[in-house]
Design a protein around this ligand. Structure first.
Ligand SMILES: *Cc1c(COP(=O)(O)O)cnc(C)c1O
Length: 403
């Protein structure tokens, strides 16, 4: 007789493959025996007695207390994502930025320093440069692939390395095994933003990273509906992150957690199909006379093609290319498309097209844009699940408008 309230048999947790975990891990059922994971849309929970309430609050008895820090739907999402990343524990947060903020404030104090790759998400840059700096936590910026720069930036007070690999929009990588070895030689924690790959393509903890952060808003949801985030790693550090979240309220809503639980079930299928389309478009663009350069690690002439093959299961569904003719050409191309959504979002089943120099990277100074490789002719695509020949035709339509 099987226990109908049990989700995945715990003994199978270490045996079954990624796709099975994505559908089954973390699932549990109430006494109603529902097959699909339940949405516990409640802020608080009730107790049978004053004694029970006291025991729950003091933590001597496990169980739900208040959805800022205990909610069964949020827990199901956390357990499923932890199984997929191979992490001891996951702490879900209200957004990707809340995941990064919670991690940094849980682990750092005034006087500490962090080293961060220059090519991180724009808002992440502002978080480090403005808000963490205000607390006396300084950031040194390095080029993602340059190990000499990472090493030279290490000070006695350096506590954390933070990196996003592959970078957005230019698809540069860092060797995670080499970077984690460097970090650990100096007692530094390596934090990886795994948003662009997701565990379907890359598991940073396997390569030695200490902590993974996510914007669940992107591929984990996958259909552009909800904001959310997650922090994953060893119990030791995650207990600190959980303590911060419990007190400071960077918590995930149960409704959003429920959407992400469903998103995870199709994660690998979506990612692989979107990557296949991105690779097809990258190859096609690479042979187009009006395209000066394609930035995608799936192309054999990409300097880190071999590293991408080793570190990732596929090359990702974000790619960038530089069209001849600068901003005017790039804007003409974007305006002539009819299928791609003109938006800066990524990770959706709907393909999107962006002009980084005037949107996502518009706040950078001209010098910083040059240093980051954000040229006026650069266009970024986040490739979704539409038919690839329709997407190619839409880009052809765009490129025709350039001539
Ligand atoms: C979007 C994004 C974030 C921020 O996530 P939000 O959910 O929007 O707060 C962080 N890192 C990367 C790589 C992102 O793409």
């Amino acid at each position: 007789m099987r226990d109908p309230q049990q989700g995945l048999d715990p003994e199978l947790l270490d045996e079954v493959a990624f796709d099975t975990l994505a559908v089954r891990a973390g699932g549990r059922r109430s006494q109603e025996g529902e097959h699909s994971e339940a949405l516990y849309l409640t802020s608080s929970f009730v107790y049978g007695s004053a004694e029970e309430a006291a025991a729950r609050f003091s933590g001597t008895e496990p169980g739900n207390v208040y959805s800022r820090f205990t909610n069964p739907t949020v827990s199901m999402f956390e357990e499923r994502l932890a199984a997929l990343e191979g992490a001891e524990r996951c702490v879900a947060t209200s957004s990707g930025m809340a995941a990064i903020l919670s991690t940094m404030l849980a682990l750092l104090k005034t006087g500490d320093e962090v080293v961060v790759s220059r090519s991180v998400f724009g808002t992440t840059r502002v978080l480090f440069d403005k808000y963490l700096a205000k607390l006396g936590i300084a950031t040194r910026w390095v080029n993602i692939a340059n190990m000499t720069e990472w090493e030279a930036a290490i000070m006695p007070v350096t506590r954390v390395f933070f990196v996003e690999t592959p970078s957005n929009p230019l698809g540069e990588l860092v060797d995670l095994r080499a970077l984690s070895e460097l970090a650990h030689r100096h007692d530094i924690l390596l934090v990886v933003d795994n948003c662009l790959c997701t565990p379907a393509l890359q598991k940073p903890l396997q390569w030695g990273a200490d902590i993974v952060v996510h914007s669940a808003t992107k591929y984990l949801d996958g259909q552009g509906r909800c904001l959310g985030g997650a922090v994953l790693g060893r119990a030791q550090e995650m207990n600190e992150v959980f303590g911060f979240l419990r007190t400071c309220g960077t918590s995930l809503s149960p409704f959003n957690a429920w959407v992400f639980i469903k998103g995870l079930e199709t994660l690998r299928l979506r990612m692989m199909a979107q990557c296949d389309r991105a690779l097809h478009l990258a190859r096609w663009l690479n042979n187009h006379a009006l395209v000066e350069q394609v930035y995608y690690s799936g192309l054999p002439d990409h300097p880190q093609h071999a590293l991408a093959q080793e570190q990732q299961l596929h090359f990702g569904a974000v790619l960038a290319f530089k069209v001849r003719g600068g901003r005017q050409a790039a804007w003409a191309l974007i305006n002539a498309t009819r299928l791609f959504s003109i938006t800066a979002n990524l990770g959706d089943t709907k393909s999107t097209i962006t002009h980084p120099a005037t949107t996502t990277h518009g706040r950078l100074s001209e010098d910083d844009k040059v240093a980051a490789g954000i040229s006026e002719g650069l266009i970024r695509l986040s490739v979704g699940l539409e038919d690839v020949s329709d997407l190619q035709q839409d880009l052809a339509r765009g490129l025709e408008a350039v001539q």
